[in-house]
Design a protein around this ligand. Structure first.
Ligand code: SF4
Length: 469
């Protein structure tokens, strides 16, 4: 027996559960990794997995709680194809071509909820200037299946196979949603939803297609969630999660961290709640006060931002669920996906917008006779926007979110560009009136990812996949 095969690392011993020790002992009995190179590699991989109970538990959960067919589809259509999409994207960047590796479609601005601080506007102004929820058809817009078809057809030629459907509430545009997914079985779709539409038949449909991962928005336990999203929304969303779990769907939960829910959502108890509900990933966003009802006091305070980073890292080591953020890269440096050209959104009117909360445009998907590639690649506005928040902006000021860090300068930039405001509000005035808030740009205080699996994921996959604040 090779002595290395019996070697026990004291650090990992402390972390390993007794059962794992037993498993390892049994598995390595009569095992001689030094005898052949291949056995050595297998043994090292095996030992690495056992060294990280979180990973083992996650793998166990994934293989027992999600349908294998859906896992396989996600592995191939989502992960592998995203890897190749990013490779193609990097190549395009080197050639000076502007076209993203992933795309967001805001299918409709209709929604059954009216969450506080949501930037999607469906209200109309009354004659006396008050805001009123839009009547059906009034002030609401929806992308057509044909226009999405045209964009996807062109995007696939650039190796783009991952599409995020958002709204409003995407399930309020069912025809467009299902048609698009049905027409593209070789692509993968993430649907950002409030989770209120998951009856048995809908979830069965999701399972049948197999190339969908719903991402359910829940902003804390019942009390905090319902303050923001409306009475009874927590219970309804959890019921939806239970149906997804029952039918073994690969799904995630999106939580926006605010100053109000900070203490409860960045805890083991909260994460565990969704582990028990069968969620495989939990996506943390940071609250951006961008709407007609912005509630700036919900913004994260400066001292909380570093603490948020620390807690995320701590939870990542322990909890058997993938915890996603798109604010920091694997070295802990601040990132804005829009500055990299990874967060472009097609709005419900067909506008091409820089990132989901920034509802301004200068181009439309119908421009250039529908040649979406030409429109994207030749968009000087998007290029200048990226320069403004990217190289020039980063070099001089911050690498965080421009909406949070420099709202007034951003408004000035948009005015100088003579953008069209498609927010349904007076977005530029909103920005002008806003004061800078706590940034995720933390110079000199960067904390690198300390778990190898997240280092790899961040480097190769995370950015661009639902990557916006
Ligand atoms: S929300 Fe802010 S950080 Fe996120 S992509 Fe937009 S500008 Fe960048």
């Amino acid at each position: 027996m090779c002595p290395r095969a019996l070697e026990v690392d004291p650090i990992c011993t402390a972390r390993m559960l007794p059962k794992m020790l037993l498993l390892r002992k049994r598995a390595t009995k009569n095992f001689h990794p030094s005898a052949c190179k291949r056995c050595g590699i297998v043994y090292t991989m095996f030992k690495t997995v056992l060294m990280f109970p979180m990973l083992l538990r996650f793998l166990y959960r994934a293989t027992t709680e999600v349908s294998w067919r859906l896992l396989f589809k996600a592995g191939w259509l989502w992960c592998s194809k995203s890897f190749f999409a990013l490779r193609a994207f990097k190549k395009r960047c080197k050639q000076g071509i502007q076209f993203p590796p992933f795309l967001f479609f805001s299918l409709t601005n209709r929604c059954n909820l009216r969450c506080r601080g949501c930037w999607v506007e469906t209200a109309v102004k009354t004659a006396d200037g008050r805001r009123q929820t839009a009547a059906e058809g009034e002030g609401t817009f929806e992308l057509s299946s044909e226009s999405i078809e045209n964009v996807i057809k062109i995007a696939k030629k650039q190796s783009v196979y991952f599409y995020t459907m958002l709204g409003g509430e995407p399930f309020l545009a069912p025809e467009t949603l299902w048609n698009t997914i049905k027409n593209h079985p070789e692509a993968y779709f993430q649907i950002i939803t409030n989770g209120h539409f998951f009856d048995e038949a809908t979830v069965r449909q999701i399972k049948r297609f197999g190339n969908i991962s719903p991402l359910v928005s829940i902003d804390g336990f019942e009390k905090e969630n319902d303050v923001r999203r409306g009475q009874g929304t927590f219970t309804k969303a959890v019921e939806g999660c239970k149906e997804l779990q029952r039918q073994k769907i690969l799904y995630g939960v999106a939580t926006t961290v605010t100053a109000e829910n900070f203490e409860s959502v960045l805890t083991e108890e909260y994460v565990n709640h969704f582990v028990k509900l069968g969620a495989m990933y939990l996506w943390f966003y940071v609250y951006r006060p961008v709407s007609a009802d912005p509630v700036p006091e919900w913004s994260i305070k400066p001292d909380m931002m570093l603490e948020l980073r620390r807690r995320l890292l701590r939870l990542r080591r322990k909890m058997p669920i993938i915890l996603i953020d798109t604010y920091w890269d694997e070295k802990g440096f601040a990132v804005c996906p829009a500055s990299k050209g990874m967060a472009f959104v097609i709005g419900p009117k067909g506008s091409i917008e820089p990132c989901p909360p920034l509802n301004v445009t200068k181009e439309w998907i119908g421009d250039n006779d529908g040649n979406f590639y030409e429109t994207m690649n030749n968009s000087e506005f998007l290029l200048r926007f990226r320069e403004f928040i990217g190289e020039k902006y980063n070099g001089e000021r911050s690498q965080g979110c421009v909406i949070i860090d420099h709202p007034q300068e951003l408004a000035e930039f948009f005015r100088s560009e003579r953008v069209i405001d498609v927010s349904g509000r007076n977005f530029l005035d909103e920005l002008t009136q806003r004061e800078p808030l706590a940034s995720h740009y933390l110079p000199g205080k960067e904390i690198p990812e300390d778990y190898w699996i997240y280092r790899i994921l961040k480097k190769m996959l995370f950015f661009g996949m639902g990557a916006y604040g």
